[in-house]
Design a protein around this ligand. Structure first.
Ligand code: MF3
Ligand code: CO
Ligand code: CO
Length: 297
């Protein structure tokens, strides 16, 4: 036919003939329709398994995030655990050319830091982002780690980031819209004097690492996609101590704050249930806290 499409993030370039029966084409940019997959009960079970395995990697590596360890060593330990013990695929490895199995983002690195020779030092804050593929389904989660003693400012940024993620998660229920979630996060982060990164967002997840919808961590209430049972997506706000602007380094991956201020990020993968949400990537500490909370009622 006369029209073809080229994918470009949230936009399609559509080529249309200049005239009917014309061989010359003109490109037209049009908003792409979101194609959100709703998971069947069996697929939800597979997503639970993948989510749990991703969380287990973070629980495994947590005690090794210490001064003197290099991010490359953390990557190797996680890689070997995923491949040899869990028998899962580390999703980042070779994803669009990414060279390692996990992302390690230190201090002013916002996300997608590449593991290497850099050793952690007391006072660093570091995000470890883990994504596994189990039986064809993805589980994606990240946490901040405080290396040795950290400044009050660094600790506050990490805890506001953690709270921001949970404030977004608590907005997830059928009938709510994604803008409700983004707005709640933005409101909380900015009222605490920090900024929300705009260029990177949460995402649908399933058989694909990054599916529709895009889950923005800012926005207006009552706008955006209506949340429905069976959807699975991540909430993963990146917040900066300074201005929200970011810069991509020459390696094509590492994203840093333009003003070199500290940045923090936490991430969970969620399933939308009939009356709210289920967090698929809870770590052992969060699971224990949850069952304590249930017992005390
Ligand atoms: N795990 C990241 C996310 O939360 C994506 C990393 S892509 C990589 O979406 F290629 F950098 F690994
Ligand atoms: Co993600
Ligand atoms: Co991630």
């Amino acid at each position: 036919m006369w029209i073809w499409l080229r994918k470009n993030a949230a936009l399609y370039t559509i080529f249309v003939p200049l005239k009917q029966c014309d061989r010359r084409f003109e490109p037209v940019l049009m908003a792409r329709q979101a194609q959100v997959t709703v998971k069947t009960p069996a697929e939800q079970q597979a997503m639970r398994a993948a989510g749990r395995l991703a969380a287990d990697v973070l629980d495994m590596i947590a005690p090794r995030v210490l001064p003197g360890v290099s991010t490359g060593e953390l990557d190797r330990i996680c890689h070997d655990f995923m491949v040899d013990v869990q028998k899962v695929i580390p999703a980042p490895l070779n994803y669009k050319g990414f060279p390692k199995s996990i992302c390690t983002s230190i201090n002013h690195v916002v996300c997608h830091g590449i593991p290497g020779d850099r050793q952690l030092r007391a006072g660093d804050i570091v995000n470890l982002d883990i994504t596994v593929i189990k039986d064809g389904f993805h589980g994606d989660t990240s946490r901040m780690f405080l290396v040795g003693d950290c400044s009050v400012q660094a600790r506050r940024l990490c805890s506001i980031g953690f709270e921001a993620m949970w404030i977004g998660i608590r907005q997830v229920a059928p009938g709510h819209r994604l803008g409700d979630l983004g707005h709640a996060i933005q409101q909380y982060v900015e009222s605490n004097g920090y900024s929300v990164v705009r260029e990177y967002c949460g995402h649908g997840i399933g058989r694909e690492f990054h599916e529709d919808p895009q889950v923005l961590h800012y926005g207006e209430p009552g706008t955006g996609l209506e949340i429905a049972p069976g959807m699975t997506f991540t909430v993963e706000p990146m917040i900066n101590a300074g201005k929200r602007q970011v810069r991509l380094l020459g390696d094509g991956w590492t994203v840093v704050t333009k003003d070199h201020s500290l940045s923090a990020q936490w991430e969970h993968t969620l399933l939308v249930t009939a009356d709210g949400f289920e967090v698929l990537t809870l770590g052992s500490a969060e699971r224990a806290r949850l069952s304590d909370a249930l017992r005390s009622h």
